[in-house]
Design a binder for this molecule. Structure first.
Ligand code: CP3
Length: 358
């Protein structure tokens, strides 16, 4: 097994475990990305997004860039949720300005029945990146591993790319639910293996991104998204060498399902900006920690607005244990890098102040 340097800043892990911290830890979804000039330089060197993700040296470099620049409290593996369907043989390509595309989407019964849990050896480049990032972090902050939710990756697998109305997958859901359940069951098994291999490789917490669960009806969410996330979580390694490995679940647009989400075995729930943090905290009643939830577009505002809104979010949660500060969704490529500095500084300074005043 791997042996890694001891952790120097465990604030993020403590917050996920709902233990007291000196301040509120912060990291940002998509923190390694195109808004950073140093990311754009490394990506140009790699040639493409997938070549960057598949090269552990370069993936390590871009993972550490935002940590070096801002002093964030957690690093997140540089990769993508679509590596799993790629390993299933669907043929992933990223088309400039159009996003991800699959050459062989699952649009008929034959294709669906051919789908199998992939050999994890095909994803070895991800696990190598995890180990190398963890070594390079040298204990500075914890490393988050991640995967897409079974339903969210199914959206891309069935639609063949990004979609706004999800006509193909919803037609399958309402005409051949058996086919969709088959895909989701394979995805859930693959996702559990994938996250466990990331944990073995050195990930200290894992996050499930359910970006599209919020497009479902109330009952469909529970049947097609939540139930499969529960299966994944139930199969995860939750303890490594006496340290717990916390699990974060984020359904974008999932604010109305927090009570149900808090029952599936996750340690923390991610919230988008449409939910009030104080109310969410009451609703989950101390069962889980909360992560979020400033509107990512605040980063287009002035320094004063960014600082003021960060304080509002921190005041909503209050000084109790169990809050990880984050955006309500990924950072935009059009954000000016200094905006992130104002946010991180304000969260660190003001949250220390709230705790001091307690
Ligand atoms: O957060 C991080 O810094 C870690 C890396 C990360 C990426 N994608 C890198 C990436 C993570 C956690 C993801 C998750 C992901 N990928 C999600 C779930 C979270 C969310 O944003 O809702 C989804 C839906 C995807 C699928 C995906 N990957 C899309 C739709 C796109 C294209 C859209 C875009 O922003 O261009 C990607 C590409 C991608 N993944 C980029 C990055 C940094 C941009 C690639 C580039 O450099 O061109």
């Amino acid at each position: 097994m791997n042996s890694f340097a001891p952790l120097q800043n465990d604030t993020f892990l403590r917050a996920l475990r709902r233990e007291p911290t000196d301040y509120t830890p912060i990291w940002l979804m998509r923190q390694a990305g195109r808004y950073l000039p140093e990311y754009r330089a490394t990506r140009a060197q790699a040639g493409s997004f997938m070549q960057l993700a598949q090269n552990p040296d370069l993936a390590t470099e871009v993972t550490l860039q935002p940590i070096d620049r801002y002093g964030l409290d957690a690093a997140i593996l540089f990769s993508d949720i679509l590596t799993v369907p790629d390993a299933m043989g669907l043929g992933l390509r990223f088309v400039e300005n159009e996003g991800p595309k699959f050459d062989r989407p699952l649009q008929d019964e034959v294709a669906v029945h051919r789908l199998e849990v992939p050999d994890m050896a095909k994803l070895q480049y991800v696990f190598d990146a995890v180990t190398q990032i963890r070594q390079s972090l040298n204990g500075r902050v914890p490393l988050i591993g991640f995967a897409g939710s079974p339903y969210t990756i199914a959206c891309y697998m069935v639609e063949g790319g990004s979609s706004s109305e999800f006509r193909t997958i919803k037609t399958m859901m309402y005409t051949r639910p058996d086919l969709l359940h088959h895909i989701l069951s394979v995805n859930a098994q693959a996702t559990a293996l994938y996250l466990n291999a990331q944990i073995d490789a050195g990930a200290q917490a894992v996050m499930i991104f359910d970006t599209w669960g919020g497009s479902l009806s109330h009952s469909a969410y529970k049947e097609f998204s939540l139930a499969y996330m529960r299966q994944v979580i139930g199969a995860l390694k939750r303890n490594v060498d006496g340290e717990s490995v916390p699990v974060i679940v984020f359904t974008k647009g999932g604010g109305q399902w927090l009570e149900a989400m808090s029952e599936i075995g996750a340690d923390a729930l991610g919230l988008d900006w449409t939910t009030n943090l104080a109310e969410a905290k009451k609703r989950v009643a101390g069962k889980v920690a909360l992560q979020g939830n400033i509107d990512p577009s605040i980063l287009f505002g002035s320094e004063a607005l960014i600082r003021q809104t960060a304080r509002l979010v921190l005041d909503e949660y209050g000084a109790d244990a169990g809050h990880v500060f984050n955006l309500g969704h990924g950072i935009s490529q059009f954000v000016q890098p200094d905006a992130v500095k104002y946010l991180v500084d304000e969260v660190h300074a003001y949250s220390r102040q709230i705790r001091g005043a307690k």
